[in-house]
Design a protein around this ligand. Structure first.
Ligand code: MLT
Length: 240
């Protein structure tokens, strides 16, 4: 089994995704929020790249059925019910509802891998659960990081490293099975854990802290808080 990491999403070729389990990571904060929404009792999640599409889908479903969530530049989209803070998705707001979400990078990353056989969502809060589920399939694994505005984002790379770290418990790897990017992510995660790499100084994390989202950042970096593994299939995200 081979593991590779795309540091930020782009146009994936079908060839790249063939016989591959894809794990999309947007730890700050889109995939963390989606895991929370399912834990909060959401029926399903519909991710859209465009905020207007989210509004149109909500209009078709009607207000009682759904909740609109998302952000641009970290800030709640005007007129939406929820922003992109994980705790907003844990409560009554989402229970038994369809959550329609549009975010700056995360929903684009999910959409970019829609042709893969299996797309799971990963974050720190489910890193071991998603590693176990991906390893159990036995296919090669591609971790697609959302990144920030088409640049690598260290928070996602560390999370990719954390997932790969957990995978060692569930699969044996031969020399060369982990790509150079996978090895770099593992090293970054190890450095974050031992305190020699300060995630809070990196671009997206620092921006969220400036915007007052310290509680979100701390929540998003709690490891293994849940066993929930969301799966994206036919435009919809539900529990595995
Ligand atoms: C995104 O999709 O870009 C993010 O999740 C941004 C954020 O709200 O932190």
């Amino acid at each position: 089994m081979k593991i590779d990491v795309l540091p930020y999403y782009g146009k994936q070729t079908d060839n790249h995704l063939y016989n591959t389990t894809v794990i999309v990571v947007d730890v700050l904060r889109a995939t963390t929020c989606m895991i929370c929404a399912l834990n909060g009792g959401a029926d399903k999640i519909v991710p859209t790249v465009d905020a207007g599409d989210a509004v149109a889908i909500a209009g078709r479903l009607g207000q009682r059925e759904c909740v609109l969530g998302g952000e641009r530049g970290g800030i709640k989209i005007s007129g939406f019910d929820l922003g992109n803070s994980p705790k907003e998705y844990l409560g009554r707001a989402v229970k038994n509802k369809t959550v329609i979400v549009s975010t700056t990078n995360g929903t684009g990353a999910i959409h970019s891998v829609r042709s893969a056989d299996m797309v799971m969502l990963g974050a720190m809060i489910n890193r071991t659960a998603v590693a176990k589920a991906a390893a159990a399939r036995g296919d090669d694994v591609l971790i697609v990081c959302a990144g920030t505005e088409h640049q690598p984002s260290a928070d996602d790379l560390c999370t990719a490293g954390a997932i790969i770290d957990a995978m060692h418990y569930y699969a044996d790897f031969a020399e060369g099975d982990l790509s150079d990017m996978a090895l770099i992510c593992e090293k970054l995660y190890a450095d974050m854990r031992d305190g020699s790499f300060d995630i809070k100084k990196t671009f997206h994390c620092a921006r969220l802290l400036r915007l007052g989202f310290e509680e979100d950042v701390d929540f998003c970096f709690e490891e293994d808080a849940t066993d929930t593994v969301p799966v994206y299939r036919d435009g919809i995200i539900q529990k595995l």
